[in-house]
Design a protein around this ligand. Structure first.
Ligand SMILES: [Zn+2]
Ligand SMILES: [Zn+2]
Length: 164
């Protein structure tokens, strides 16, 4: 698993080689980050604060996936520094992601999921909620609003793309 220091060294090299800029912010692990695998954080005035990578990503992600997400956040930082449009989905930004082999963050699935079957229609489902292991009686499936049958755990390392 990468340490914050190693991630910073990789980011620094990536930025200087491809964008001729220096890294002036720290790279931090954030175990509470669940909405995405990484994010570029600014303060209220819009000054760069840090890049965060989720604990899920660093624990379960394949090496190349971790580096891909790190590059993605670095490109946000680089575009910001250069005064370019830095939003996800803008043409130039998405082109840069492709060019440097960085994923569109939200399409990657990484982490430990608990799998279950719908008791009624036997459709498979999965959730990140740990609580389902001990309190599955309290859960109902979305498809049939029926009880769940726990079937185990599954770990995703980002190698499979999630279709959303
Ligand atoms: Zn992004
Ligand atoms: Zn069902």
């Amino acid at each position: 698993m990468y340490t914050e220091k190693e991630l910073e060294a990789i980011a620094r090299q990536f930025l200087s080689r491809n964008f001729q800029i220096d890294l002036h912010i720290p790279i931090k692990r954030n175990n509470r980050l669940r909405s995405s695998l990484g994010r570029y954080v600014m303060d209220r005035e819009g000054s760069p604060l840090r890049i965060e990578l989720s604990g899920h990503l660093l624990t379960y992600g394949k090496k190349e996936v971790v580096i891909g997400v790190l590059k993605h956040e670095c490109i946000h930082y680089a575009f910001h520094q250069k005064g370019k449009p830095m939003e996800d989905g803008t043409y130039e930004f998405e082109q840069a992601l492709k060019r440097y082999g960085a994923p569109s963050t939200k399409t990657l699935k990484v982490g430990k999921f608990y799998t279950f079957l719908c008791k009624k229609c036997k459709k498979e489902g999965e959730t990140r909620l740990k609580r389902i292991r001990t309190h599955h009686q309290q859960y109902r499936t979305k498809c049939c609003h029926a009880p769940v049958i726990l079937t185990g755990e599954k770990i995703y390392d980002g190698g499979v793309e999630e279709r959303t």
